[in-house]
Design a protein around this ligand. Structure first.
Ligand code: AMP
Length: 200
């Protein structure tokens, strides 16, 4: 099973790259952000609960994110692999995910980090908010989301570096170029089981 995590701050292009990876490698896309947005659109009790956090740019509590992720993943255990997008976002989530996958002997293979500098991120998310109408893409909320990312999600870099699974990809280039670099890292892993730590 090819299990990947696509990692990066809001606006790094994770969603776009995930869609391409899913198509090429036939993986199941698990995005907790998409899942929560669906629930908010349908205005379900879960949607109402998570909206309180999302609209403020805060993380949804770990137990909710974990429960929903597990429930979605367990529907697709026959898949050739998963791409986790926007999950894990905290060390607690990462440890729980490792436990779940290791018990099933289907561990994470690679953590692909799409790296984009802060100024560019800001420009991209503001632009996206104008197009998408996402309730959490306003300027104040973006600042909060980037701060939450730095405080709660960045520690995952060392967590996965210590496991020798972390691949840094320069995400400032054109989407096609970024995708080519990601494919290079995945194909190298599939052929040699080696992790390329950095693709410039
Ligand atoms: P995203 O589309 O991945 O940027 O997610 C949008 C929002 O959903 C985030 O700003 C969080 O409020 C919430 N969210 C998504 N995934 C998680 C997660 N794994 N843990 C906690 N909150 C999450």
């Amino acid at each position: 099973m090819l299990n990947l995590i696509i990692f990066g701050p809001p606006g790094s292009g994770k969603g776009t790259q995930s869609a391409r990876i899913v198509e090429k490698y036939k993986l199941t896309h698990l995005s907790t952000g998409d899942l929560f947005r669906e629930e908010m659109e349908k205005n379900t009790p879960l949607g109402q609960e998570v909206r309180k956090y999302i609209d403020q740019g805060l993380l949804v509590p770990d137990e909710i994110a974990l429960r929903e992720l597990y429930s979605r993943a367990s529907e697709h255990m026959d898949s050739p692999g998963f791409i986790f997008d926007g999950f894990p976002r905290t060390i607690v989530q990462a440890e729980a995910l490792d436990q779940m996958l290791n018990e099933r002997e289907i561990p994470i293979c690679l953590v692909i980090s799409v790296e984009v500098d802060r100024e560019e991120l800001f420009k991209r998310i503001i632009g996206r908010g104008e197009d998408s109408g996402r309730s959490d893409d306003s300027e104040d909320i973006i600042r909060r989301r980037l701060q939450v990312y730095e405080e709660q999600t960045l520690p995952l870099i060392s967590y996965y570096k210590n496991q020798g699974k972390f691949v840094a990809i320069n995400g400032m280039a054109h989407v096609d170029k970024v995708f080519a670099k990601i494919c290079h890292a995945i194909d190298t892993y599939l052929e040699t089981k080696k992790v390329v730590p950095e693709v410039e």
